[in-house]
Design a protein around this ligand. Structure first.
Ligand SMILES: *Cc1c(COP(=O)(O)O)cnc(C)c1O
Length: 400
């Protein structure tokens, strides 16, 4: 019995979890010029573009040195090798992270020793790290998950007390800070990834290591080129893991905008936080928690969904064509390839619970209010809450 026919509109476009096209359009000519510069010179491996980026990243992180390599995974592997981590050694790390954190340790022949996470930050629990130290512990590998620094102060105490190194897995956290110090200088070696979806993403794979130690700098530099110290003099066996000049040239253009993009992510995160709070959603979902003293750069905006309702929320988002993802659905101690390490289900309850409850929502800088409102609206409706009821107030009909 509806008399007024509402105009039929086509369904709104999907909201992707991440969209790199819009970002590229803001820099298209500069990026293409940089690519052209490399092609004109026909100099594709290392060279001026790479050393230029290394200087700029060192200055950005306030580290003495930065060394480019082929990926974030390789950065972790090269860092472990430069610190002589190998068979018989243990490296303490988190089971709630991307696979490469632990696989790099295994790849070097060492043993990853997993400890549980803090349920609020999802980062390594410092007390658990302390308790896991043995005479074989060679390093701690904290992960700055989703773009927030691990709690470093207590880890530094453990490292100094036991004479062990810290390798930062900062792959998701370029520009994040811990008490005003940026990632890359919070440990012995910092490792970064330029995978396209990271906050500073290249046009393919790429990575970087940072350090203040001149000897480690020299060793990382030779390890990425077959242990060559120049003129085919190989003083140890390394890898072939170099950063392409093309990647460096593109990344140098993008680095100029990194802080602006991080700020955009932070603004979006604050809007989500506020809206979820105002809508009374905290009973259903918990917004990300930022530890005091931390600057979060939100490589991911991850909520925790309570009451076992994540699947339901995901169905709802899917129907509304809103991008979302679970980082990560399986904790590393339960991955098949690590079965030989002997871990059992139930050993790291917070990591296992996080795998069941976390959900990432779109956070990229170019998201914009209109699309973000659709995400908020969809989440709210999934829990039976009306998001900002869009009441169209009609003028009261006058009595005839
Ligand atoms: C992306 C990522 C890596 C690996 O980086 P790649 O460049 O893809 O090799 C390692 N650790 C974490 C936490 C990551 O997010």
């Amino acid at each position: 019995m509806s008399q007024a026919t509402l105009p039929l509109t086509s369904p709104p476009a999907p909201v992707p979890l991440i969209d790199l096209v819009e970002q590229f359009e803001t820099q298209r000519s500069e990026v293409m010029e940089a690519v052209e510069r490399v092609f004109t010179k026909q100099s594709f491996i290392l060279g001026d573009e790479v050393s230029g980026l290394e200087d700029e990243i060192a200055s950005y992180c306030d580290s003495r040195f930065a060394v480019g390599c082929a990926s974030g995974t390789d950065a972790l592997i090269l860092a472990l090798m430069a610190l002589d981590v190998g068979p018989g050694d243990e490296v303490i790390t988190s089971p709630f992270t991307f696979f490469a954190t632990a696989s790099s340790i295994v790849r070097m022949g060492a043993r990853p020793v997993f400890v549980d996470i803090d349920p609020l930050t999802y980062n390594l629990c410092p007390e658990a790290v302390e308790a896991a130290v043995t005479t074989r512990t060679k390093a701690i590998m904290p992960v700055h998950l989703y773009g927030q620094c691990a709690d470093m102060q207590p880890l530094w105490r453990v490292a100094v007390r036991h004479g062990i190194s810290i390798i930062e897995d900062a792959c998701q956290a370029i520009g994040a800070a811990y008490n005003s110090r940026r990632t890359g200088v919070l440990g012995t070696i910092g490792c970064f990834s330029f995978f396209p979806t990271k906050n500073l993403g290249g046009a393919g794979d790429g990575g970087m290591m940072t350090t203040d130690d001149p000897d480690l700098n020299a060793r990382l530099r030779r390890l990425r080129v077959h242990g060559d110290v120049g003129r085919y003099e190989h003083i140890e066996v390394g890898f072939n893991s170099r950063l392409d000049a093309l990647q460096a040239a593109v990344l140098r253009v993008k680095l100029k905008k990194l802080d602006e993009w991080s700020h955009g992510r932070q603004t979006n995160a604050a809007r989500y936080d506020r809206s979820f709070e105002e809508l009374g959603l905290p009973g259903h979902i918990s917004a990300p928690y930022t530890q005091p003293g931390n600057t979060h750069v939100y490589n991911q905006y991850v909520v925790r969904v309570h009451e076992g309702r994540r699947g339901e929320l995901m169905e709802h988002l899917k129907a509304d064509r809103i991008g979302h993802a679970v980082y990560y659905p399986v904790p590393l101690h339960l991955q098949k390839c690590f079965a030989a390490l002997g871990y059992q289900p139930g050993q790291f309850p917070e990591s296992e619970r996080a795998c069941q409850e976390v959900l990432a929502l779109p956070i990229y800088a170019e998201l914009g209010e209109e699309r973000q409102n659709r995400v908020i609206d969809s989440v709210a409706r999934a829990f039976g809450v009306a998001a900002e009821p869009k009441v169209i107030s009609l003028p009261m009909r006058r009595a005839a």
